[in-house]
Design a binder for this molecule. Structure first.
Ligand code: DGI
Ligand code: FE
Ligand code: FE
Length: 185
C-alpha cells in the first residue's frame, strides 16, 4: 500500500482533527528520526497510523480483541483511552497487513510507553507530545527537551503523564510505571 492509500483509509476512519493530528505526528516522528538516527520511513508510517482506531466505537475495539485473543487486564478494561493502542496495532497488523515489528510495537506502546523502549518506540511516544497540532501547558518545555535529548524528554513526558493521571484519580498502567522506574534507576 502507498502512503496515499493509507491516508485515504485514515480520512475515512478518523474525524478531521484526528486526521490532521496523525499527519502532524508522522511529520514530527520523521523529523526526530532524522535528528536521532532512526528510520525516517518507519517512524513516519508509525506516526501516520498510530491513532487509526482512536475514533472507533467500543464494539470495534472489543471485536478486534476477541478476534485476536487479547484479554484485557483490570486497568485496561477500566481505561477506554488505552484501547486504541492495542486495537490499532491489531488493525494495522491484521487489516492493513503491516508486518514490521518496529512499527507494530511503537504503535502498541505509544500511549503507555514501556520499559526497554526501542528508538522507534521513543520517537513515536514523544512525537505524540510535540507534534505541531499539540497545545497543552508544558508543550514548549517538551519541544525544547525533545530537541536536546530523547532520554530527558522521555523522563519529563512520563512524569507529566503520571502526575496528570494521579491528579485526575485515574489508574496508572504498569507499563507506564515500568517505563518511569527504568529511567529513574
Ligand atoms: O491518542 P492521543 O490523544 O494522541 O494520545 P495518547 O495515545 O497518548 O492517549 C492519551 C490518553 O491516554 C490520555 O487521556 C491519558 C491516557 N493514558 C495514558 N497513559 C495512561 C492513560 N490512562 C490511564 N488510565 N493510565 C495510563 O497509564
Ligand atoms: Fe493515541
Ligand atoms: Fe496520538
Amino acid at each position: 500500500m502507498t502512503i496515499e492509500e493509507y491516508k485515504q483509509i485514515l480520512r475515512m476512519r478518523l474525524k478531521p482533527d484526528r486526521y490532521e493530528h496523525s499527519l502532524c505526528v508522522a511529520d514530527e516522528a520523521k523529523r526526530l528520526a532524522l535528528k536521532y538516527g532512526g528510520d525516517a520511513d518507519k517512524c513516519y508510517l508509525a506516526g501516520l497510523l498510530h491513532d487509526i482506531t482512536k475514533n472507533s466505537p467500543r464494539e470495534e475495539h472489543l471485536q478486534l480483541f476477541s478476534d485476536f485473543g487479547i484479554i484485557l487486564s483490570s486497568v485496561e478494561s477500566n481505561a477506554i483511552k488505552l484501547w486504541h493502542a492495542m486495537s490499532g496495532t491489531l488493525f494495522v497488523e491484521h487489516k492493513l497487513g503491516i508486518t514490521d515489528k518496529e512499527i507494530l510495537t511503537a504503535i502498541r506502546y505509544h500511549t503507555t510507553a514501556r520499559a526497554s523502549m526501542t528508538l522507534t518506540d521513543k520517537i513515536l511516544y514523544l512525537a505524540d507530545f510535540t507534534s505541531a497540532d499539540r497545545d497543552y501547558d508544558d508543550v514548549d518545555v517538551m519541544r525544547g527537551l525533545v530537541d536536546e535529548s530523547l532520554e530527558a524528554a522521555l523522563r519529563y513526558a512520563l512524569s507529566y503523564s503520571i502526575v496528570d493521571l494521579i491528579n485526575k484519580g485515574k489508574p496508572i498502567h504498569p507499563d507506564t510505571l515500568e517505563a518511569y522506574n527504568e529511567i529513574c534507576l
